[in-house]
Design a protein. Sequence first.
Length: 623
Amino acid sequence: MQAELIDIRNHLQQHSPFSELPESMLDEVAGSIEIAYFRAGAQILELGQKNTDLHYIRSGAVEVFRRSGELYNRAGEGEIFGQFGLLMGRQVRFPAIAIEDTLVYLIPYPMFQRLFDTQEVFADFVEIEDNNRLRSAVRSSQQGNELMTSRVSRLINRKPVMAPATVRLQEAARIMTEQRVSALPLIEGSGENVGDLVGIITDRDLRTRAVADALPSETPVADIMSRKLITMRSDAFIFEAMLEMLHNNVHHLPVVANGKPVGVIALSDILKYESQNSLYVVSNIYRQQDVKGLKAVSKDVRASFVRMVNEDANSHMIGSAMAGIGRSFTQQLLKLGEEKLGPPPVPYCFLALGSMARDEQLLVTDQDNAMVLDDSFDPEQHDEYFLALAKYVSDGLAECGYTYCTGDIMATNKKWRQPLSVWKSYFIDWIDNPKAEALLNSNIFFDLDGVHGEMSFAETLKELIATRAQNSQRFLAMLARNALNRTPPLGFFRQFVLEENGQERKTFNLKRRGTAPVSDLIRVHALACGSRRQNSFGRLTDIAKTRLLPDDGVDNLRDAMEFIAIVRIRHQALALEEGREPDNNVRPEDLSPFERSHLKEAFQIVSQSQKFLRYRYNATIPR
């Protein structure tokens, strides 16, 4: 061996993790190295650039930063950096600058990958030096996203401008003009006797509810204010405010602290942080006046999805944003349908089911929906209208990229377009007289959310499910048994189990064998504890308040679901960036070493959670 290589080898051997490698492997590493020199102040790695090497400091010092510019780490002789980018798609996530004249050994990616795959001590070292590597991996992927880490209070930069609810229209307009605000919270009382927040008025309200109707200037503002207020806590995260706006199609959110208003945040405030434009997509949807216009907007959905992924948004944020977009398409189609067909003959509620109801929707999705009609519904007099409306919406969603449900779980199916009393009887029968096959086909109805119309109908069904399901052990046992039908793709020796036939050959499906088994088992625990939430992460919060799961069970499930979902999300985003049609089928060789390792850990958690589910609800599957 040349003297120079011996010198490199001897230096590596003095520092972890190289000190733990076999001598033959260390020789190969030394032989693969290239050397680079950086003067003090030089940029070594730039955010977002392609990273091809693991960096090992021979001499000098380096500072590593988060994407926000915050200092993350200082590294010196014998330390490595750049490994996280190599593990996560070979793109720099943490930029680095030399703070002294620095000599760096560059270990090429193929050698890095070989070390990771064959040397357990090396893999453990570069992944994370923590007892729970999966949890650390989940947290670290979100550190650079300001939406995920910044509080709503950061958007409040002035004292709240408010007025008593007794103020007149002209005075309200004067206050808003002088104070340069686009929304005015309205409160009970005034001065030192300020009471509760009772309403809000916006520029749009003044135009559409006052000026357009030529109301007198002395009209009390209470006559036109919005009374059903959606508020946000000042200590909530910005991404939570964004999701609330998406879900409810509002442009202003009053912010409260200790029950008192402290300000108002507007859509424009969040857009300063929100570079993915999902709110813009929703806003554009509501401006369209026909299916052709909605179809044109649907092309922006994929670009919005990719931008969110590239901004390191987490799966909850992406799933909620995509569900919010899907919900907005549905709402606008229902509005257009009512304009075309006339007002509904009786009140109704249009339901979203499955992933849209859970706020866990991604790109590859079909439409699952239903209608709950008022009990005054007369099939002979009214059903022609509701069938036409359901068909208009279903066809419109298909035009916008939401394919028809192959199982016919849509409001166009008469069975799923029924009065509230019939829906109650459906759920009572499913819960009180559970049959395995019937539950298998009706599983999706236990994830439901009102989208449009008489929303109290949806809330009534949620209440019925929550109160009745937790008292039926037979129902929970059968639901748990069904939840065990889909298992994670992990074999006895922690090898991925791949499909053997068809187009999916040599792949595993990250929805069918990944996120779906997790949401299935979470649903069982949620119903057992009476949770009224639909989102899986929200359900886990409710489950954590009980003793249904063993210690760390909730946190482990949350981390496993997040990691599986984010790998699925990145797989779809990569397909879009490469001009391919996204799907859920993943080949192990297309995953980074980091993703392969942590997916196995996440799948192992799901497998263990299924075993506990079988035990907890006596859900032994008969042979």
